[in-house]
Design a binder for this molecule. Structure first.
Ligand SMILES: [Zn+2]
Length: 165
């Protein structure tokens, strides 16, 4: 069970708070199905502000190099995450509005005095990771002989053929 990193979102925005940290992907279970392994780390920073109209928001930056599974060769392929998003804080009782009308890099969330920052980081990573990852052409690991169907083309069978000559 990971440590929760919680902030009082409105107070954090009002105080122009700044928070930096890293979280290991081993602690982000909702990412596990997308990743090759759980060795990666995500660096994040959260900064709070209140604009001139009194609208409180948090800006979240995340950066990470993660390993996903290549859908062609099943080897690890590096995927870089680098994103920034603004979360406009909406009073708990108010409606969040239609997400379709928000800009791509902005979300409305309910103000929360126990806002879980790592949860936001996990959401952002899920949003930003590609659905599928593949290596660039020519960068896939050579297929292993495990499939069995390509036996005649495996390096071992050609080696065996050489030895027979
Ligand atoms: Zn590959």
């Amino acid at each position: 069970m990971r440590d929760r990193v919680c902030v009082d979102s409105v107070a954090f925005a009002r105080d122009a708070g700044e928070l930096r940290g890293t979280v290991t992907t081993a602690d982000l279970p909702r990412l596990h199905d997308s990743l090759f392994d759980q060795s990666g780390e995500i660096a994040y920073s959260v900064t709070g502000k209140v604009d001139k109209d009194g609208v409180a928001s948090l800006r979240l930056d995340v950066a990470a190099d993660l390993l996903m599974t290549c859908q062609r060769c099943l080897g690890p392929v590096k995927v870089s995450l680098n994103s920034a998003r603004n979360f406009v804080l909406v009073p708990p009782a108010a409606a969040l509005g239609d997400p379709a009308e928000e800009p791509d890099d902005e979300d409305r969330i309910h103000a929360d005095d126990q806002l879980d920052v790592v949860d936001l980081v996990e959401d952002e990573a899920i949003l930003c990771l590609p659905m599928v990852a593949v290596h660039k052409t020519g960068e896939c690991a050579p297929p292993l002989a495990a499939s069995g169907e390509n036996d005649s083309k495996s390096p071992f069978s050609s080696l065996a053929a050489l030895k027979r000559q």
